[in-house]
Design a protein around this ligand. Structure first.
Ligand SMILES: Nc1nc2c(ncn2[C@@H]2O[C@H](COP(=O)(O)OP(=O)(O)OP(=O)(O)O)[C@@H](O)[C@H]2O)c(=O)[nH]1
Ligand SMILES: [Mg+2]
Length: 324
């Protein structure tokens, strides 16, 4: 599965690796706004399918929608008994600043994987042609060294690779990743095994934590604006009052959007059904390198499906008996 901020080169990498023609975009707007599948294709003796994901801070979808989309997908895959062999996180070495959007994407990636699955992940830097070798090396070294950047993930076992924007380089990276054992993401464990609601998962908590900070900022700005409006009224400054009230409307519209984001995560359905994935079983089969794990996966998928059905049935009966 390939993750990273919008415009970080996820789809280009997938096209290089698989020979697909998925749409990429050099414009300012986000391009991939759905999870999309490329392959299967064969590399050495492995059959590989790559999963493309939209980045957080997408210009088309909200972050809550993207979190829900990725969560639905990975949970449905897990319930079917499939595991990811690798999670690739993309970062443009050409970025001279790591802004809030990139940091946010990386935080979600870490929260989604958890420390265990980070061992099966790789951070892939690209756009090396856009910077001098020296600048690129300095940035790479800084990314590896700083706690706020990639250091904690690398310490937890993530690998760091350079992508040279050609098929050979994409294949070289996949050759290393494909050797991983299939892994379970923290989000899959939390939702399926521990029965947590998405809002209580590490990714959900990180998401809601960020929304809480936005709400705090809104309250500070609101207090300030109301004070200024009172002053404008006291001073009979009509122009100022009108302008400040426009600002107030914009601020409140922002707060409404924040609340809608929060509701989307807090009110998300608790469990996802086995039907949540929309791709056929034959395609899904190829998402992972075919291995002895498949038989175990299929057996555990059957028992997991049975368990989920039984648990749903018991919850229903429990509710009826207690009248809840
Ligand atoms: N020079 C150079 N350009 C690249 C590289 N990787 C991607 N690009 C270009 O960067 C732009 C964005 O690439 P995409 O592959 O669409 O990025 P994405 O991460 O899929 O973006 P979203 O779908 O919006 O999330 C395209 O114009 C690519 O051709 C690279 O390594 N070097
Ligand atoms: Mg894309």
């Amino acid at each position: 599965m390939v993750m990273g901020p919008t415009g970080s080169g996820k789809t280009s990498f997938i096209n290089h690796a698989s020979g697909s023609q998925l749409r990429t975009n050099s414009g300012l707007m986000s391009c991939t706004d759905q999870i999309q599948i490329a392959g299967p294709f064969t590399l050495d003796e492995y059959s590989i399918t790559l999963v493309d994901t939209p980045g957080f801070n997408d210009t088309v979808r909200s972050d809550a929608q993207i979190l829900g989309l990725i969560s639905d997908f990975v949970v449905a895959e897990y319930e079917r008994g499939y595991r990811f062999t690798g999670i690739l996180y993309f970062h443009r070495i050409s970025d001279n600043r790591i802004g809030g959007a990139a940091l946010r994407n990386f935080r979600f990636f870490r929260a989604l994987c958890g420390n265990h699955a980070l061992k099966s992940s790789a951070i892939v830097t690209n756009m090396w042609g856009e910077v001098s070798k020296e600048v690129g090396r300095e940035r790479e070294e800084e990314l590896m060294r700083k706690d706020i950047l990639f250091k904690p993930a690398l310490d937890a076992g993530a690998r760091l690779y350079r992508h040279e924007f050609n098929p050979e380089s994409a294949h070289e990276i996949l050759r290393r990743v494909i050797k991983n054992r299939p892994c379970t993401l923290l989000l899959q464990q939390e939702i399926v095994e521990q029965g947590k609601h998405i809002s209580a998962t590490a990714a959900g908590v990180a998401f809601l934590g960020e929304l809480a900070l936005v709400q705090q900022k809104y309250q500070d700005q609101l207090r300030e604006l109301l004070k200024e409006i009172d002053e404008a009224i006291a001073n009979h400054d009509e122009d100022d009052r009108v302008e400040l009230e426009d600002g107030l409307q914009r601020l409140e519209a922002q707060e409404e959007r924040r609340k809608a984001e929060e509701r989307l995560i807090r009110d998300a359905p608790r469990y996802h059904t086995l039907e949540a994935g929309s791709w056929g079983p034959s395609l899904i089969f190829s998402v992972f390198a075919v291995s002895a794990d498949f038989v175990w996966s299929a057996v555990s998928a059957f028992f997991r499906a049975a368990w989920l059905t039984l648990r749903g049935f018991c919850q229903d009966v429990g509710k009826r008996l207690t009248g809840a």
